[in-house]
Design a protein around this ligand. Structure first.
Ligand code: MG
Length: 252
Protein backbone atom coordinates (compact mmCIF):
# COMPACT_ATOMS: atom_id res chain seq x y z
CA UNK A 1 0.00 0.00 0.00
CA UNK A 2 1.24 3.49 -0.79
CA UNK A 3 1.48 5.98 2.04
CA UNK A 4 -1.17 8.70 1.84
CA UNK A 5 0.66 11.82 3.01
CA UNK A 6 -1.75 14.39 1.63
CA UNK A 7 -3.55 15.88 -1.33
CA UNK A 8 -3.31 19.01 -3.51
CA UNK A 9 -6.52 18.67 -5.50
CA UNK A 10 -8.97 19.01 -2.61
CA UNK A 11 -11.03 22.09 -1.64
CA UNK A 12 -9.65 24.80 0.61
CA UNK A 13 -11.05 24.61 4.14
CA UNK A 14 -13.25 27.63 4.93
CA UNK A 15 -11.24 30.29 6.73
CA UNK A 16 -7.98 28.34 6.35
CA UNK A 17 -4.96 28.41 4.07
CA UNK A 18 -4.97 24.60 4.00
CA UNK A 19 -6.88 22.14 1.88
CA UNK A 20 -8.78 19.07 3.05
CA UNK A 21 -6.09 16.42 3.77
CA UNK A 22 -3.38 18.99 2.96
CA UNK A 23 0.08 17.39 2.82
CA UNK A 24 1.80 20.69 3.62
CA UNK A 25 -0.08 21.21 6.87
CA UNK A 26 2.24 21.16 9.95
CA UNK A 27 2.14 17.93 11.92
CA UNK A 28 1.25 17.78 15.62
CA UNK A 29 4.26 17.39 17.90
CA UNK A 30 4.72 13.90 19.31
CA UNK A 31 4.12 13.73 23.08
CA UNK A 32 4.60 10.73 25.34
CA UNK A 33 1.22 10.72 27.11
CA UNK A 34 2.27 9.36 30.51
CA UNK A 35 -0.37 7.41 32.38
CA UNK A 36 -3.57 8.36 34.19
CA UNK A 37 -4.12 7.62 37.87
CA UNK A 38 -4.72 3.90 38.43
CA UNK A 39 -6.09 1.80 41.25
CA UNK A 40 -3.70 -0.81 42.60
CA UNK A 41 -4.28 -2.86 45.74
CA UNK A 42 -7.00 -0.46 46.90
CA UNK A 43 -4.66 2.55 46.48
CA UNK A 44 -4.84 5.27 43.87
CA UNK A 45 -1.43 5.62 42.26
CA UNK A 46 -0.28 9.04 41.05
CA UNK A 47 -0.61 9.83 37.35
CA UNK A 48 2.54 9.92 35.24
CA UNK A 49 2.66 13.31 33.50
CA UNK A 50 2.99 13.67 29.73
CA UNK A 51 6.59 14.39 28.76
CA UNK A 52 5.88 18.01 27.83
CA UNK A 53 4.37 18.84 31.25
CA UNK A 54 5.89 21.48 33.52
CA UNK A 55 6.17 20.00 37.01
CA UNK A 56 5.01 22.37 39.76
CA UNK A 57 5.29 19.90 42.64
CA UNK A 58 7.07 16.57 42.40
CA UNK A 59 6.56 15.40 45.98
CA UNK A 60 10.05 16.32 47.19
CA UNK A 61 10.14 19.98 48.20
CA UNK A 62 8.42 23.35 48.02
CA UNK A 63 11.28 25.23 46.37
CA UNK A 64 8.91 26.31 43.58
CA UNK A 65 6.37 27.74 46.03
CA UNK A 66 6.16 30.93 48.09
CA UNK A 67 3.80 32.83 50.33
CA UNK A 68 1.89 35.21 48.03
CA UNK A 69 1.66 37.65 50.95
CA UNK A 70 5.34 38.49 51.23
CA UNK A 71 7.28 36.18 48.91
CA UNK A 72 8.75 34.19 51.82
CA UNK A 73 9.28 30.41 51.44
CA UNK A 74 6.12 28.28 51.53
CA UNK A 75 5.60 26.96 55.07
CA UNK A 76 3.50 23.88 54.38
CA UNK A 77 5.01 20.49 55.20
CA UNK A 78 6.25 17.89 52.74
CA UNK A 79 6.36 14.17 53.53
CA UNK A 80 5.77 10.85 51.79
CA UNK A 81 5.49 12.46 48.38
CA UNK A 82 2.80 14.99 49.24
CA UNK A 83 2.56 18.50 50.67
CA UNK A 84 0.11 19.25 53.46
CA UNK A 85 -1.48 22.51 54.57
CA UNK A 86 -0.09 23.66 57.91
CA UNK A 87 -3.08 25.58 59.25
CA UNK A 88 -2.61 29.32 59.72
CA UNK A 89 0.63 29.47 57.70
CA UNK A 90 -1.31 30.99 54.81
CA UNK A 91 -1.91 30.38 51.13
CA UNK A 92 0.98 29.28 48.94
CA UNK A 93 1.58 30.02 45.28
CA UNK A 94 3.95 28.94 42.53
CA UNK A 95 6.93 31.00 41.42
CA UNK A 96 5.99 29.80 37.94
CA UNK A 97 3.41 31.95 36.15
CA UNK A 98 1.29 30.75 33.25
CA UNK A 99 -1.93 31.40 31.35
CA UNK A 100 -3.94 29.00 29.16
CA UNK A 101 -3.19 25.48 30.29
CA UNK A 102 -4.09 21.92 31.11
CA UNK A 103 -3.57 21.52 34.86
CA UNK A 104 -3.40 18.30 36.87
CA UNK A 105 -3.73 18.26 40.68
CA UNK A 106 -4.20 15.32 43.08
CA UNK A 107 -5.45 15.99 46.61
CA UNK A 108 -6.79 14.21 49.67
CA UNK A 109 -8.75 15.30 52.72
CA UNK A 110 -8.29 13.74 56.20
CA UNK A 111 -9.66 10.18 56.42
CA UNK A 112 -11.39 11.05 59.67
CA UNK A 113 -13.29 14.25 58.94
CA UNK A 114 -14.11 16.93 61.45
CA UNK A 115 -16.42 19.93 61.16
CA UNK A 116 -19.18 20.22 58.63
CA UNK A 117 -20.28 22.15 55.56
CA UNK A 118 -17.58 24.67 54.52
CA UNK A 119 -15.65 23.82 57.70
CA UNK A 120 -14.94 20.23 56.65
CA UNK A 121 -11.58 19.87 54.93
CA UNK A 122 -11.71 23.06 52.90
CA UNK A 123 -9.02 24.24 50.51
CA UNK A 124 -9.02 25.53 46.96
CA UNK A 125 -7.12 25.85 43.73
CA UNK A 126 -6.83 29.42 42.47
CA UNK A 127 -6.07 29.81 38.79
CA UNK A 128 -3.81 32.84 38.24
CA UNK A 129 -4.10 33.44 41.98
CA UNK A 130 -7.67 34.76 41.55
CA UNK A 131 -10.23 32.20 40.37
CA UNK A 132 -11.05 29.37 42.78
CA UNK A 133 -12.03 25.81 42.05
CA UNK A 134 -13.32 24.53 45.36
CA UNK A 135 -11.62 21.74 47.29
CA UNK A 136 -13.84 20.36 50.08
CA UNK A 137 -14.79 17.02 51.59
CA UNK A 138 -18.26 16.83 50.05
CA UNK A 139 -18.74 13.13 50.70
CA UNK A 140 -22.00 13.11 52.66
CA UNK A 141 -21.46 16.72 53.74
CA UNK A 142 -24.23 19.12 52.68
CA UNK A 143 -23.33 22.74 51.95
CA UNK A 144 -24.46 25.47 49.56
CA UNK A 145 -24.31 24.44 45.90
CA UNK A 146 -21.70 26.90 44.65
CA UNK A 147 -19.38 25.81 47.47
CA UNK A 148 -19.37 22.10 46.48
CA UNK A 149 -16.16 20.44 45.29
CA UNK A 150 -15.66 20.99 41.57
CA UNK A 151 -17.61 24.24 41.80
CA UNK A 152 -16.30 27.66 40.82
CA UNK A 153 -16.62 29.04 44.31
CA UNK A 154 -19.47 31.51 44.69
CA UNK A 155 -20.41 31.23 41.01
CA UNK A 156 -21.13 27.81 39.48
CA UNK A 157 -21.85 24.50 41.23
CA UNK A 158 -20.33 21.38 39.68
CA UNK A 159 -22.59 19.47 37.26
CA UNK A 160 -22.42 16.53 39.68
CA UNK A 161 -20.81 15.75 43.04
CA UNK A 162 -18.12 13.19 42.18
CA UNK A 163 -16.30 13.13 45.54
CA UNK A 164 -14.58 9.98 46.70
CA UNK A 165 -14.54 9.06 50.37
CA UNK A 166 -12.37 11.23 52.63
CA UNK A 167 -8.78 10.01 52.81
CA UNK A 168 -8.76 8.77 49.20
CA UNK A 169 -6.77 10.61 46.54
CA UNK A 170 -8.96 12.70 44.25
CA UNK A 171 -8.03 14.12 40.89
CA UNK A 172 -8.59 17.38 39.09
CA UNK A 173 -7.84 17.75 35.40
CA UNK A 174 -8.53 21.33 34.41
CA UNK A 175 -8.52 23.11 31.06
CA UNK A 176 -8.12 26.83 31.57
CA UNK A 177 -8.58 29.69 29.16
CA UNK A 178 -7.35 32.92 30.75
CA UNK A 179 -9.33 36.15 30.42
CA UNK A 180 -8.06 38.65 27.85
CA UNK A 181 -7.70 42.35 28.43
CA UNK A 182 -6.84 45.20 26.11
CA UNK A 183 -5.47 48.05 28.19
CA UNK A 184 -8.09 48.08 30.98
CA UNK A 185 -10.96 46.53 28.99
CA UNK A 186 -12.09 42.91 29.18
CA UNK A 187 -12.22 41.46 25.67
CA UNK A 188 -12.75 37.80 26.60
CA UNK A 189 -13.73 36.25 29.95
CA UNK A 190 -12.08 33.18 31.48
CA UNK A 191 -13.41 29.74 30.55
CA UNK A 192 -12.88 26.56 32.50
CA UNK A 193 -13.47 22.87 31.93
CA UNK A 194 -12.95 20.57 34.92
CA UNK A 195 -12.82 16.80 35.13
CA UNK A 196 -13.06 15.62 38.72
CA UNK A 197 -12.09 11.99 39.25
CA UNK A 198 -12.56 11.61 35.49
CA UNK A 199 -16.08 13.08 35.52
CA UNK A 200 -16.88 16.37 33.74
CA UNK A 201 -18.06 18.82 36.40
CA UNK A 202 -17.49 22.10 34.50
CA UNK A 203 -17.97 22.24 30.74
CA UNK A 204 -16.41 25.37 29.26
CA UNK A 205 -17.94 27.47 32.03
CA UNK A 206 -17.65 31.23 31.55
CA UNK A 207 -16.49 32.86 34.79
CA UNK A 208 -18.21 35.99 36.10
CA UNK A 209 -14.98 37.39 37.53
CA UNK A 210 -12.54 36.69 40.38
CA UNK A 211 -13.51 34.63 43.44
CA UNK A 212 -14.84 36.41 46.48
CA UNK A 213 -16.76 35.42 49.60
CA UNK A 214 -20.42 36.49 49.78
CA UNK A 215 -20.21 38.87 46.81
CA UNK A 216 -19.26 39.23 43.16
CA UNK A 217 -16.94 41.59 41.43
CA UNK A 218 -16.28 42.26 37.74
CA UNK A 219 -12.95 41.38 36.15
CA UNK A 220 -10.13 43.77 36.73
CA UNK A 221 -7.20 43.78 34.30
CA UNK A 222 -4.20 41.58 35.04
CA UNK A 223 -1.27 40.13 33.09
CA UNK A 224 -1.84 37.19 30.71
CA UNK A 225 0.03 34.88 33.11
CA UNK A 226 -0.24 34.34 36.85
CA UNK A 227 0.68 31.82 39.57
CA UNK A 228 -1.24 28.80 40.75
CA UNK A 229 -2.32 29.39 44.35
CA UNK A 230 -3.50 26.86 46.96
CA UNK A 231 -5.71 27.81 49.88
CA UNK A 232 -5.00 27.47 53.60
CA UNK A 233 -8.51 27.24 55.08
CA UNK A 234 -7.20 25.89 58.42
CA UNK A 235 -7.60 22.24 57.38
CA UNK A 236 -4.71 19.78 56.75
CA UNK A 237 -5.40 19.00 53.07
CA UNK A 238 -2.76 17.08 51.10
CA UNK A 239 -1.66 17.74 47.52
CA UNK A 240 0.63 15.78 45.22
CA UNK A 241 1.63 15.48 41.57
CA UNK A 242 0.86 19.00 40.35
CA UNK A 243 1.76 19.82 36.75
CA UNK A 244 0.55 21.83 33.79
CA UNK A 245 0.91 21.93 30.06
CA UNK A 246 0.78 25.36 28.42
CA UNK A 247 -1.88 25.54 25.71
CA UNK A 248 -0.92 27.76 22.81
CA UNK A 249 -2.79 28.43 19.62
CA UNK A 250 -0.93 26.66 16.80
CA UNK A 251 -1.41 27.56 13.16
CA UNK A 252 -2.64 24.17 12.03
MG1 MG B 1 -12.03 26.80 49.43
Amino acid sequence: MTQDLGHTDTPLLPGSKYRVHDGTRPHPKVVYPGRPCMFSGGEILPAVPPDDAVILFDGKDLSGWISPKDGSPAAWKVENGYMEVVPKTGYISTREEFGDCQLHVEWATPAVPSGNSQGRSNSGIFMMGKYEIQVLDCYDNPTYADGVTGGIYGQFPPLVNACRRPGEWQIYDIIWEAPRFESDKLISPAYITVLFNGVVVQNHTELIGPTLYKKTEPYSPHPPVGPLMLQDHNNPIRFRNIWYRPLKKIDF
